[in-house]
Structures are given as structure tokens and as C-alpha cells.
Write a protein that binds this ligand. Structure first.
Ligand SMILES: Nc1nc2c(ncn2[C@@H]2O[C@H](COP(=O)(O)OP(=O)(O)OP(=O)(O)O)[C@@H](O)[C@H]2O)c(=O)[nH]1
Ligand SMILES: [Mg+2]
Ligand SMILES: [Zn+2]
Length: 297
């Protein structure tokens, strides 16, 4: 029996998952304790038994992985080998304060590229200065910081045309609060979604209409897209203060210029970040978010 069939994990459950062989075949494969549990997006080597069932024999080294933490700071891997993380927000449900900053910090620290997606863009934001309303109002400012921003709607104009060019030939994952429309975006982007999920559910013997686990789909124009279950609050794990500052891209040009090497950019004298903020080169609201995350960390 050959144990070296390269395959890609499309969905991973507790003790088994669905892997796709290079010829496109989807194989339900079990995990072995000594090999460990692969996650969505993992490249593996598998063995194929005569009855067509598979087993994961090796998880190949990951290029990167997207993780989240629970309230106890325990991290879990959501997906591996990503080109970009699409952080989806919407006017309903409104993002909580600092949600976008927390995602951006995590994505930067993991060495992956973030993209911001405002879905349900046909709906108006609350138009007030609530924390969530402010996030919607500030999307242009994220764009000015250099983050790609796509405005989409699954129900009306502007549709999803902004998304396709960002996704082409890349491996992307949709993350964000429950109900912002991640699965709806997948449905819009994949004309053959039923075929793809059908193949997956045949392989697993389970229905797949609920987003309880991360699933990888092939995009018609090339590339792949993962849909992940929504979480109410995106949890961060513990960061070094320097790592937090590195999660704020506009801080970078100033970081070496503080008087103290270990400056946390709070109230230290000679702080280049505070100076840049006073000069208007760093916005007050981003600096305040930095301070809150530093404080909560
Ligand atoms: N008005 C409006 N509603 C939308 C849009 N996109 C999705 N919805 C609705 O938002 C609700 C949630 O959509 P889902 O796609 O299930 O959200 P999700 O992000 O996948 O949620 P989880 O799987 O729980 O994480 C559904 O009732 C959708 O019909 C949109 O662009 N505009
Ligand atoms: Mg979903
Ligand atoms: Zn400083």
C-alpha cells in the first residue's frame, strides 16, 4: 500500500476529514494519533486502502496558519497555508470596538496579508459615533493605511464584483462575526457550490449546510476560498508589546525613534509614536485602539 499520495485537506473534523487527491478525487480519511490532526488547507501525504478509504500519514510543514484564542488564551488552528485573510464586517451585526484592530494584529503577527470586506454594503451604518458605527465610517481610512478594502452586497448593488479580482489565484479565508454574510459571499462566488458541498457531504456522510467547521472551496476563476464559522468576539492570545505595535502598520516608520528601546508608547518621554500622533501622522483613534489592546493584553 502506498502511503505517499499528496492531498489537500478540504475539511477537517475531530477524527477524520476530507482530502482531495491531485486527480481531484475526494477521499474521506481518518487520522492517526501519532500523526496528529490536520486542519483545513493542510497539505498531507495519505495512504489509500483497497476499499478506497484513506488515512493521513503525514502533515507537511505549514507555510503559515490562522489561529484564534478562547477566553482562556488557548489557541486553535483554523486553517493553514493561506495567502490572505478576508476580515468580513457588516453594518448588521455591527463590529465591536477594536474588532478590526484585533484581527489585523493577529493576521500581521502570523505573517499573512489582511483584506477588509464590508458586506451588506447596501445597508446604511447607524451613522452615529457608536464604536461599531465608527468602524464603518472609517473604512476609507483603512484604505489609506494601505489595506485592500472591498465593499460587497449579496442582495443588491454593489454586488460582489469587487471581490473576484482580489481572490483570483490566491488561497483566502473568510473570517468574522457570525451573521455578517461569509457563507452568503461563498454562495455568490461559487456557481457550483452545491456540487462542491455535495461532493464533500457524500464523502463525509454529513450535511454541510451549517458553518460549524472550516471548509475549502475551489474558485471558478482559479484560487481557493475557505469559509469559517463565525465567532462573536475574535480572541487574541498574549502578545509582546512590540508585537502589538507591529500590528499597527503606520507606526512602523517611527518605531526606532523612541528615546527608550523598550518604549511602550504610553507616557514615556521622547516617544516617537506619541509625537507622530500629536503631529497628525498617526490618527488618535488608532493610537487609542493600540493603548486599549496593550492594556487588555
Ligand atoms: N441585507 C443583506 N443581508 C445579507 C447580505 N449577505 C448576507 N446577508 C444575510 O445575512 C444573514 C447571515 O448570512 P450568512 O452568510 O449565514 O452569515 P455567516 O457570516 O456565514 O454566519 P456564520 O456562518 O454564523 O458565521 C443571512 O440571513 C443572509 O441572507 C447582504 O449583502 N445584505
Ligand atoms: Mg457561515
Ligand atoms: Zn514610544
Amino acid at each position: 500500500m502506498r502511503a505517499d499520495h499528496p492531498a489537500l485537506i478540504r475539511v477537517s473534523y475531530g477524527s477524520h476529514g476530507v482530502a482531495q487527491l491531485e486527480d481531484g478525487r475526494q477521499i474521506d480519511c481518518k487520522y492517526r494519533r501519532q500523526v496528529g490532526r490536520p486542519c483545513c488547507g493542510d497539505q498531507i501525504l495519505m495512504s489509500l486502502a483497497a476499499d478506497g478509504s484513506g488515512a493521513v500519514e503525514r502533515i507537511l510543514p505549514r507555510r503559515n496558519q490562522f489561529v484564534r484564542a478562547d477566553a482562556q488564551q488557548r489557541t486553535s488552528v483554523v486553517a493553514a497555508n493561506l495567502d490572505q485573510v478576508l476580515i468580513v464586517i457588516a453594518p448588521r451585526p455591527l463590529p465591536s470596538r477594536d474588532l478590526v484592530e484585533r484581527y489585523l494584529l493577529a493576521v500581521h503577527s502570523l505573517g499573512i496579508e489582511p483584506v477588509l470586506v464590508l458586506n451588506k454594503a447596501e445597508l446604511d451604518g447607524p451613522g452615529d459615533d457608536s464604536p461599531g458605527g465608527q468602524v464603518i465610517e472609517r473604512l476609507d481610512q483603512y484604505e489609506q493605511l494601505g489595506y485592500p478594502v472591498a465593499r460587497t452586497s449579496c442582495k443588491a448593488e454593489p454586488g460582489i464584483t469587487a471581490l473576484a479580482p482580489l481572490l483570483k489565484d490566491r488561497i483566502s479565508i473568510l473570517v468574522g462575526q457570525s451573521g455578517v454574510g461569509k457563507s452568503s459571499l461563498v454562495r455568490q462566488l461559487l456557481p457550483d457550490l452545491d456540487i462542491q458541498t455535495g461532493a464533500l457531504s457524500r464523502a463525509t456522510g454529513k450535511g454541510t449546510h451549517t458553518t460549524t467547521t472550516t471548509i475549502l472551496y475551489d474558485l471558478p476563476g482559479g484560487g481557493s476560498l475557505m469559509d469559517s464559522p463565525g465567532v462573536w468576539e475574535y480572541g487574541l492570545w498574549r502578545f509582546e508589546p512590540q508585537e502589538i505595535a507591529h500590528g499597527f502598520v503606520e507606526f512602523q516608520p517611527f518605531l526606532g525613534d523612541c528615546r527608550f528601546n523598550d518604549c511602550r508608547h504610553r507616557s514615556e518621554p521622547g516617544c516617537a509614536i506619541k509625537q507622530a500622533c500629536a503631529d497628525g501622522r498617526i490618527t488618535q483613534w488608532r493610537y487609542d485602539a493600540y493603548l486599549r489592546i496593550l492594556e487588555q493584553n
